[in-house]
Ligand binder design. Structure first.
Ligand SMILES: [Zn+2]
Length: 249
């Protein structure tokens, strides 16, 4: 059986950050010299920041065009909310993302596709053509940062697959970024392409910008109800607040 987030829901402790650190997650440094345009495709508002916020800050600082494609508006992060509360959540999360991107130095307004949170897989062909039109007839100098297609969350996996097809069609360079993999996978997990892993060692400024950006996602970090844990607990945030980021080019 293939492991996924379903086997280790976010509330569970999952793989400890100390386990990753002792396993060793230092990989060869990612060479971004060929990148002239970075398109980060995020299934939910915050994935772009958690996964590659530091890389986005670096590219923006170097004058590389950084764009975000927002697949869903993340309206399903608090599943028991009423219809009105869900539309408030859409607005809240959009504002959080806008503030986070500002911390990262990203000025471009995200392309918002508005696909249903939790049901991206049912819209995969539409997502593929939407990403394709953003990438246009790109070349290797356009990099598409997509969730790792075995990240374990159905929306992440569907987005990863759609981006892979869009890159095939346009010639853009595909680079996976993991999110939930850090939570459910073990360091020896065989479906993770460890040999392709590359590190982005963040400077202090890049790391600080990323931490400041993450702080804006209050709807995910704080719990509105003392009876319920926050969507993103401290045990998972530890993975995303490291001084390094990991991608699979
Ligand atoms: Zn997500």
């Amino acid at each position: 059986m293939v492991s996924s987030l379903a086997d280790t829901p976010p509330q569970l402790p999952g793989t400890r950050e100390s386990d990753w650190q002792s396993a060793g997650i230092d990989f060869p440094e990612l060479n971004i010299s060929g990148c002239e345009r970075l398109v980060v495709v995020a299934p939910h508002p915050d994935d772009e920041t958690l996964g590659v916020g530091g890389l986005m800050a670096r590219c923006a600082g170097l004058g590389i065009s950084v764009e975000v494609v927002a697949v869903t508006e993340g309206e399903g992060s608090h599943p028991t909310e009423s219809g009105t509360a869900r539309s408030d959540l859409v607005d809240t999360r959009a504002v959080e993302r806008e503030r986070a991107l500002a911390e990262l130095g990203v000025a471009a307004v995200p392309v918002r596709l508005g696909l249903p949170d939790g049901d991206v897989a049912a819209h995969e062909p539409m997502l593929m053509s939407a990403v394709e039109s953003v990438l246009r007839a790109g070349s290797e100098s356009t990099w598409c940062l997509a969730p790792f297609r075995r990240d374990g969350h159905p929306d992440h996996d569907a987005t990863g697959r759609a981006c892979a097809k869009a890159c095939n069609a346009t010639g853009a360079r595909l680079v996976w970024y993991p999110i939930w993999m850090w939570h459910w996978a073990r360091p020896e997990e065989p479906i993770v392409p460890w040999v392709r892993a590359r590190s982005i060692n963040l400077t202090d400024a890049e790391h600080s910008a990323k931490l400041a950006a993450i702080e804006h996602f209050r709807s995910q970090i704080d719990s509105p109800d003392p009876e319920r844990p926050p969507v993103l607990g401290a045990h998972v945030l530890e993975h995303w607040t490291r001084t390094t980021e990991t991608v699979f080019p």
